[in-house]
Design a protein around this ligand. Structure first.
Ligand SMILES: [Zn+2]
Length: 167
């Protein structure tokens, strides 16, 4: 998958204020007419409660709120660690979902909050599931590292849903 395809395939879904634009569920491969309908589906079919942050990318849906809780409850086992803010790390972010306004209003205190990642060691990569704005801003400010909680996928399997291969 190249970077362009990747941008097309990804979406970050937070709690919608209105119905919002048409939104696919990447874990199911189903398109929903609005973000609200998508969230109803996530709650009903994926059993992720309303109000939880979610992240979905490349056929995988993460319950960010639950994974964040696992990271915090087990600290310092899963971090925060200093992770290089290099090109490889930045490549994994959803740049298409970065809002300039959000970057401008971010406070220094917000910037210091560690970001969150899942270590998919079986697949050979770490995926950042929360903190893309913080990382983008830090990178632009010239930071070479970011503080991150990094939770092994095996510790949070119940909170990661993957699309099953087509039969
Ligand atoms: Zn789904």
């Amino acid at each position: 998958m190249n970077r362009h395809e990747r941008r097309k395939a990804e979406s970050v879904a937070k709690i919608p204020k209105a119905d919002g634009p048409p939104t696919p569920c990447l874990a199911c491969g189903i398109n929903f007419p609005s973000q609200r309908r998508f969230r109803e589906h996530v709650s009903r079919d994926h059993h992720i409660p309303d109000g939880h942050l979610i992240y979905d990318f490349d056929r995988v849906l993460y319950d960010v709120t639950e994974i964040d809780t696992v990271a915090l409850l087990n600290a310092p086992k899963f971090g925060p660690f200093l992770i290089p803010l290099d090109e490889r790390t930045m490549w994994g972010l959803s740049m298409a979902q970065i809002h300039e306004g959000r970057l401008e209003t971010m406070t220094p205190m917000e910037l210091r909050r560690p970001v969150l990642a899942v270590d998919h060691s079986s697949l050979g990569y770490v995926r950042f599931i929360d903190g893309h704005h913080r990382m983008t801003k830090l990178h632009r400010l010239g930071s070479r590292e970011v503080e991150a909680y990094v939770v092994p996928e095996g510790e949070v399997e119940p909170f990661i849903q993957r699309r099953r291969p087509n039969p």
